[in-house]
Structure formats: C-alpha cells, structure tokens
Design a protein around this ligand. Structure first.
Ligand SMILES: Cc1cc2nc3c(=O)[nH]c(=O)nc-3n(C[C@H](O)[C@H](O)[C@H](O)COP(=O)(O)OP(=O)(O)OC[C@H]3O[C@@H](n4cnc5c(N)ncnc54)[C@H](O)[C@@H]3O)c2cc1C
Length: 577
C-alpha cells in the first residue's frame, strides 16, 4: 500500500524492517527484502510521488537535469566555499521516490575494479571486492537498445551486462564530436586508449557513455525496483511526504529499532517500531543528519545544538567528499545539439512527438555521449605526497564531451554550434563535513565540501585542462573548433586556469562518505563491513554515505551494487529467502 499520512499506517501491523528513504539504495533494499513473503517492510520517504503531474520531468530522457531546483529536490546549498572564491553553491538531492536516481544525469558507469577492491580492503571484507560482487552487478542492471535500434556493436561489451531491473543503454543519436573522440583513440591509442565498456572494471580510456535509459524512458530505482514490488506484493508499505525526525532507542539504550516521524516541523509526531532492523538509506546528507539528531555522532558537536549524545561516533558527518565540475566551451563546425536546444518550437515538437509515441530526440540521452578517464603521468609531482586513486586502473580526472553549450554561470549564445567539455577531478583529496545547526530535523544541516582546498585537487584540475588542450589538437579535431567561448580563449597560464576554475566550478552532485565503512576492529568509521552501525544494535546504513571515498567514476552504479549485496547480507543475518 501507499500511505500519504502516518495516521493511515495500520496501528496493528508489525513491521520486520523500517527503511528510511525510498531513494536509490532504499528502493533496492525494500524490493529485495519483500521477495520473502514472510517479511513486512515499511519504507518511509520524506519526498513526493514520482507519479504526479510533473513526472515527465523525471521520466523523459531529454529533460534530465530539469528536476534540479524543483519540488523533486531538497534544495540544499553549501556553505561559502573558500576554494570557490567564497561562493555558495546548490547541493541538489532527490526529494522523491527513487531519490537522486530520479533527478540525476543518468550516467551509469561502475567505475574501476580498483574502487571496489579498495572498499574490500578498507572494510576488511573480501565480499566487497570487484570479483566477489559480480553477481550483484548482473542482478542490478540490463542493457537495452536505443529506441531507434541504432547499431551499437563495438560501443559496449554485452558480456559485462546482466539481467537486472535497472535499464541502461547507449545514445540513439551520434554527433560529430562523438566520432572525433573515438577517432582520437584510433589515431593516438597509446596516449588516449579506447575503452569498450566503462562497466567492465577497466576505469581508464575514452569511449561511449551508458545511461539509465531504457525503452525510451529514464529508469530509476523507483521505476525499476519499487513500483513493481508495490504493484505485486502486500508485504511492502510506502509512507510518503513523511520525514523521519529521530531514531528511537527501544529495548536497550543503544538499540535503535524505532523511528519518530512528522510531516512538517509543527505537525504531530508519530512513532513506528521494527521488530528486526531500521535501515537508513537517507543518503549522504540525510543519513548523517538523522544519526546526529538521534544522538549518534561527535558528542561535543551534538551538545552544541542541544542534542543529548548517546553514541560517540566522531566520523558521522566527517569525511564529506564531492567531485567538482568545471566546463569549457567552443564554437564548432558540424552537427551538435545546439540548434535544437535554441529552437523553442523544435523543443516543444520533440516533447509532443515523445508524448505521442515515445520516439525522437526526447527519447534518449543525447547531451553527453562520450567520456574519457585518465591518470596523471606517473612522474607527476602531484603524486609525490601519495596517490589518492584507488589503484592503477582508477583515474585521476575525467572529461565529458557535451554536444551543446553547457555553462553554469554565464549567458549562453543562442546561435551557432557548440561543444563543451567538462573536467572533473575524480579522486579529490579535499575533505569537508556536514554538521547540525539545530536539533530540529526540518532545519537543513550545514554542508561544507571544501572544494579545491588541497594542492592536489587544484593542480590536477589544471593538469587536466592542459591534457584536454593536447587532446583537442590531435588530427581528429582538425577543422572542427572555430573558437573558444568568451574567457576560455584567454586561459594560458596556470594562474589564469586556476582563476577560471575557482570562478566557475560547481558541484558534480556526487557527495559521499559521511558515514564511512571501516574494519570491525577499527575505532574510526561509522559502519562495519556488514553496514551495521558500530556500537549500536538494530541499525544499518545502506547508501552513498558509507562509501570510503568518492568513487572515481559515477556513484550511482556503486550505490546500486552495494545495495544489492546489502540486501543479501540482511537476508542472511535473519535467515530470509
Ligand atoms: C543532480 C544530480 C546529478 C547526478 N548525476 C549522476 C550521474 O549522472 N551518475 C551517477 O552515477 N550519479 C549521479 N548523481 C549521484 C547519484 O545520483 C547519487 O550518488 C545516488 O543516487 C545516491 O543514492 P542514495 O541512495 O545514497 O541517496 P538518494 O538516492 O538521494 O536517496 C535518499 C532518499 O532518502 C530520502 N530521505 C532523506 N532524509 C530522509 C528522512 N529523514 N526521512 C525520510 N526520507 C528521507 C530522500 O528524500 C531520498 O529519497 C547525481 C546526483 C544528483 C543530485
């Protein structure tokens, strides 16, 4: 059943598990646990339904990105970022069924095998290694052809894809810039190698980008996992529009099998108890906020805002990491998406065609089709203090090739053809934090990612700029670039590039690690290898907050894979089928 107020939840019903957050991870856990008909699950989501009148914003691939800043977004902001000239920047997070998988940019890229091997290493559990996780990769996702059945032979590796509910695929439309990216790998394969599939565990090189689009629509954790379960099972209840405001200790002081909920700051509070576990899947912001509101976190900080400390865990809210994005633009010859995006009539016609028969430019991802991941040269001075990448097949920086003019801060020309390339430092060493400013769950926490506050991060971004310049002067790009956009033309010295980064960089919306995993024997960290909260009973965390570091790739695939294994760990702990 779907409930929209706490009073609708039957008082007599006993729930084995309460899951906080129907987001990327939460929907996976809810769907997998209720495969056992003996299990009853209550899934509580603060945000809204994805079935309402605005749902096209979520489902139409062309509209990806337009959910940011809307009713589907928590609309958090960062603190003033010293590394970004004091700018305060948006921190979007999904406030809707499917969570951030419903508003994200849809890129599905599992990242390097080294990333998972680091997870195994940090947690002391080989079950998290790339090789051990194969069954969960296959269980999560399946590859689908684009709506126009364009042949994509040689653009992905079918053998690394699975049979899971999440649908992924390649672009239906290829642009000139995409062909030139691939041609560069043919011409200069030693320097810029072709990578057949970024979901194969090989994290390096250039190749085709896969997105969570299948059968002409965005596939989310809600559409793939939650809706099918809600439609077919009576042992899963979803409570929407309801925020969990506190975890409640039940039988023992540090046993947290209860939750307190409310719909607004002034509405009545209600309580629900689980007989087995409470599973926190509220995300990198919501999970540490809720832990701290419940007295679980750095005691001195909790006291400052009037929360009584119950369990002193220093790492709750610490280690916040995010990848930052900076974009360069060029006017180019050849086909791009710009003429279409600058033509309001063509845009509306595309949406009408999509509404009619789910075909056309709106039916597939088109904004970015090719991508590249590279490492710094092994003799780079930036690596003298240590290599933050997870291993030799994990990248230090990334380029996404966007077939239109994309810009966060500036006026965009309305004529011409444009290409943009985004630069992302993949293994940032800057560490920030998330803190409470109030004991009320309805007051946003402070989010301070500390972008570009280390020499490694700014130095790697500058190096990536220079590498990109070299890439674009290889023969495949001859005659393509007309001229750089605006101030991009004046980026010559390191100081000029640094100023550009600090002026225009934004968040790539990949925050992680605010409740990081660690070995069971280790004092630091928030959860152990089975994702149970250290020092507590009945409480587990499954979401991006447990990742030890920002995955060099894109995080959603790793979150799905972690959630798939976590569901099995929970089933095994309680002997469920
Ligand atoms: C704009 C944007 C673009 C992105 N682009 C990409 C991309 O292209 N590729 C990629 O791999 N990753 C991308 N990401 C990141 C990726 O989507 C996230 O890392 C991932 O989805 C996080 O999953 P999660 O389960 O940790 O949290 P979420 O999916 O955010 O789920 C958390 C859920 O908990 C709910 N919740 C929070 N607090 C409470 C509470 N107290 N009570 C009840 N419910 C609560 C939230 O409303 C939400 O539904 C992007 C993210 C954003 C926001």
């Amino acid at each position: 059943s779907i409930f929209t107020t706490p009073t609708q939840v039957p008082a007599s019903k006993k729930y084995d598990f309460i899951i906080v957050g129907a987001g990327t991870a939460g929907c996976v856990i809810a769907a997998r646990l209720t495969e056992d008909p003996s299990v009853n699950v209550l899934l509580i989501e603060a945000g809204v339904s994805d079935n309402g009148t605005e749902s096209a914003t979520i489902s139409v691939p062309l509209l990806a990105g337009s959910g940011i800043g809307t009713m589907f977004d928590w609309n958090y902001t960062s603190t003033a970022q010293s590394g970004l000239n004091g700018r305060i920047i948006p921190v979007p997070r999904g406030f809707v069924m499917g969570g951030s998988s419903s508003i994200n940019s849809m890129i599905y890229s599992r990242g390097a095998s080294d990333e998972y091997d680091r997870l195994a290493d940090v947690s002391g559990d080989s079950g998290w290694s790339w090789n051990s996780l194969e069954q969960y990769r296959l269980k999560n996702e399946q590859h689908t052809p684009p709506w126009n059945n364009r042949s994509n032979v040689g653009e992905y590796n079918p053998s690394v894809h699975g049979h899971g509910p999440l649908l992924t695929g390649l672009t239906p439309t290829v642009f000139d810039a995409d062909k030139r990216v691939i041609q560069t790998t043919v011409d200069n394969g030693a320097e810029y190698p072709f990578n057949l599939d970024f979901n194969s565990g090989n994290g390096l090189g250039f190749g085709w980008l896969q997105t969570t689009v299948g059968h002409s629509a965005r596939s989310t954790s809600s559409s793939a996992y939650l809706h099918p379960a809600l439609n077919s099972r009576s042992n899963l209840d979803l409570l929407l529009h309801t925020q969990v405001t506190r975890l409640v200790s039940t039988s023992g002081k540090l046993t947290f099998r209860g939750v307190q909920v409310a719909q607004t700051a002034t509405a009545p509070q209600y309580s629900f108890n689980a007989t087995k576990e409470v599973i926190l899947s509220a995300g990198t912001v919501g999970t540490p906020q809720l832990l701290m509101l419940s007295g679980i976190g750095p005691s001195h900080q909790l006291k400052n805002v009037g929360v009584t400390p119950l369990l002193d865990l220093e790492d709750v809210g610490a280690n916040l990491q995010d990848q930052s994005i900076v974009i360069l633009q060029w006017e180019v010859t050849g086909t791009t998406l710009s003429p279409f995006l600058n033509n309001a009539t063509a845009f509306q016609d595309a949406l009408a065609q999509y509404a009619f028969n789910k075909t056309g430019i709106a039916a597939g991802n088109t904004v970015v089709n090719t991508i590249g991941f590279l490492r710094l040269p092994s003799n780079s001075t930036l690596l003298k203090a240590g290599d933050p990448a997870a291993g030799p097949n994990a990248p230090h920086f990334q380029f996404s090739f966007l077939v239109s003019l994309q810009s966060f801060h500036r006026f965009a020309p309305t004529t011409g053809n444009w290409m943009s390339v985004s630069i992302v430092v993949q293994s940032p060493t800057s560490r920030g934090s998330l803190n409470l400013t109030s004991s009320s769950a309805f007051v946003h926490p402070t989010i301070n990612p500390e972008y570009y506050t280390t020499a490694f991060d700014i130095g790697t971004a500058i190096q990536a700029f220079k590498t990109l310049r070299g890439f674009l002067t290889t023969p495949a790009w001859d005659g393509f670039v007309i001229e750089p956009f605006s101030t991009v033309a004046a980026l010559n010295t390191d100081a000029e590039i640094e100023t550009y980064i600090r002026t225009f960089a934004n968040s790539l919306d990949h925050p992680t690690s605010t409740a990081k995993i660690s070995k069971i024997t280790e004092k630091g960290g928030v959860v152990g290898p089975t994702l149970l909260v250290k020092g507590a009973t009945g409480l587990r965390i499954v979401d991006a907050s447990i990742l030890p570091s920002s995955p060099a790739g894109f995080p959603q695939a790793e979150v799905y894979i972690v959630a798939e294994r976590a569901a099995d760990l929970i089933k095994s702990a309680w002997s469920l089928s």
